[in-house]
Design a protein around this ligand. Structure first.
Ligand code: 5HY
Length: 232
């Protein structure tokens, strides 16, 4: 099968990182292609950036649909544009937040999310409510780092994420941690070792769930809310 992963921001180093993490876990026989729009915010931090990335994201999904991709992943923890992408695509479309929350809810009685900036916290809290995960998501935390700090190998972003993850385990009683930014994907194994609890990267969760959905012969339902856009 062929899965298209779209990083809706335009930071190529993050796209590369996402691709490496996705490829590490994809099954044999699954082709993963990871792209980002040329025209998009360099990072998505809040509602305005979400809105500004939509046309580029939808353009990539449309291209992937025309090229016959079996499933799609939106590699941004805001799950930005998810409903619109489902209208455009035939195959299943998952955002990394929704996929990650479901994965976390299946291996723990409660989990915390650790994201980047405080401004992303209410966005993710609303997604937990939307996905019916408000009882299982104990807290959404922010390490208080800009998204692009995760691309600076000489910075201390990973240490700040680690500290917030440890606080989540200690203070929230969370039994699993969900990383609230696609740019954290490469920290997963290290943080799992450091914390002693399962740390989940939504990119990997989404890729494996798309494999399951496509493998089960499932496509996005087109009889209602995700029907193709009406021509006008
Ligand atoms: C993401 N922003 O996954 C989101 C999450 C965040 O550019 N990629 C981004 O940190 O707000």
């Amino acid at each position: 099968m062929r899965i298209l992963v779209v990083n809706p921001n335009s930071t190529a180093s993050m796209t590369k990182k996402i691709g490496e993490c996705a490829a590490d876990f994809a099954s044999a026989g699954t082709e993963i292609k990871v792209v980002n729009p040329a025209e998009a915010p360099v990072s998505i931090e809040g509602y305005y950036d979400e809105a500004m990335c939509l046309s580029g994201l939808l353009g990539e999904i449309r291209k992937g649909e025309a090229q016959g991709y079996d499933g799609f992943v939106i590699a941004c923890f805001d799950d930005t544009g998810l409903g619109a992408c489902r209208e455009v695509a035939s195959g299943p479309v998952l955002g990394i937040c929704e996929a990650g929350m479901h994965a976390a809810s299946m291996i723990s009685t409660g989990f915390s999310v650790v994201t980047t900036l405080p401004r992303s916290v209410p966005i993710i809290e609303d997604l937990a409510l939307l996905y019916g995960m408000d009882r299982r998501c104990r807290k959404v935390r922010a390490a208080d780092i800009p998204v692009l700090a995760l691309e600076d190998a000489n910075g201390n972003a990973r240490e700040l994420v680690r500290a917030e993850v440890l606080r989540a385990v200690e203070e929230d009683g969370s039994e699993a941690i969900l990383l609230g930014c696609a740019g954290m994907a490469d920290l997963t194994n290290w943080l799992t070792r450091e914390t002693g609890v399962p740390v989940i990267d939504g990119v990997v969760a989404a890729v494996r769930m798309i494999e399951a959905l496509v493998g089960a012969g499932l496509k996005t339902s087109k009889v209602g809310g995700y029907a193709s856009p009406r021509s006008k």
